[in-house]
Design a protein around this ligand. Structure first.
Ligand code: NAD
Length: 298
């Protein structure tokens, strides 16, 4: 299949590579010439604008952009994809954006005769490179079926979440919970250790008891509990605090639009924001445990 791919960053770059590896023809565009040349070396064709991708004879276009403003510009801009793309071409946006923006762009695409899916991912850069991402997909069942084999070359779990925007709904709800639960684990671990318990023993108890969760088991924030976790290498790698902050912002914004209280989500957002302001935005989000411990302890 001939696929257009826009946004070749930390996630989009390896995703586009996996499409090439699966034998697809891929035409790429990114504002960064370095990102484009990396993909061209791997066998992709270069386009010099979103319009050029749309006019390259592609059957599907995938976008993986930083935020909603970029997505709107690329699809709805004066010289954007929707002005140039032929009707019937399937559009898939895998960027993480708020559900309302996803619905707005998909409605404009539908008017233009283009089916569109929101398909944000989880699994991070490691999952993007390994082709093991989870895709949370919003859109019609027919379009989901069409996209499934393409997404399966980049991911392992491809889940249809319902109508347009619901992929983003699943993503923001999950990540809000993740942000909250990480703070809960940080607080509980710090309390236990301050009261005299060994961190590894406490983590073992939690992970075989009712407090168990991804943040306690797979990415425990306490240094030394997991040998290969970010907490044991100075919180480098992993999922950056600023990326978590972005997702919590999306959750708050979406919640405001439907007047749904997200009390703990809002509190978590403020805690990560304070932590980011202190200069820790690039650290794995589990580093939030530093708020609970003396500087020389972590
Ligand atoms: P990134 O900043 O590494 O890459 C974004 C790319 O988009 C860059 O190469 C940039 O040059 C390009 N770009 C920006 N504006 C453009 C435009 N107008 N036209 C063409 N290209 C443009 O970001 P990323 O880490 O790859 O994340 C992409 C999306 O995936 C974000 O929405 C992010 O929230 C989401 N996400 C990221 C992760 C992660 O671990 N990095 C995990 C899950 C989801």
């Amino acid at each position: 299949m001939h696929i257009g791919f826009l946004g070749l960053g930390n996630m989009g770059g390896p995703m586009a590579r996996n499409l090439l590896k699966a034998g697809h023809q891929v035409t790429v565009f990114d504002l960064s010439a370095t990102a484009v040349s990396g993909l061209v070396e791997a066998g992709a064709k270069e386009a010099t604008s979103p319009a050029a991708v749309a006019q390259a004879g592609v059957e599907t276009i995938i976008t993986m952009l930083p935020a909603a403003a970029h997505v709107k510009q690329v699809y709805l801009g004066e010289d954007g994809l929707l002005v140039h793309v032929s009707s019937g071409v399937l559009l898939i946006d895998s960027s993480t954006i708020d559900p309302m923006s996803a619905r707005e762009v998909a409605a404009a695409a539908a008017k233009n005769g283009n089916p569109m899916l929101d398909a944000p991912v989880s699994g991070g850069t490691v999952g993007a490179a390994a082709g093991t991402l989870t895709f949370m997909v919003g859109g019609s069942e027919t379009d989901f079926q069409k996209a499934q084999p393409i997404l399966a070359t980049m991911g392992k779990n491809i889940v249809h979440c319902g109508d347009t925007g619901n992929g983003q709904v699943a993503k923001v709800a999950n990540n809000m919970l993740l942000g909250i639960s990480m703070i809960g684990v940080a607080e509980a671990m710090s309390l236990g250790v301050a009261l005299g318990m060994d961190a590894k023993v406490l983590a073992g108890i939690i992970n075989s008891s009712s407090g168990r969760c991804w943040a306690s088991e797979i990415n425990n924030p306490f240094p030394g509990v997991l040998e290969n976790g970010p907490a044991s290498r100075g919180y480098s790698g992993g999922f950056g605090t600023d990326l978590m902050l972005k997702d919590l912002g999306l959750a708050s914004e979406a919640a405001k639009q439907v007047r749904q209280p997200v009390i703990l989500g809002g509190l978590a957002q403020q805690l990560y924001q304070a932590f980011s302001m202190q200069g820790h935005g690039g650290l794995d989000f589990s580093a939030i445990i530093k708020l609970y411990r003396q500087e020389d302890e972590t």
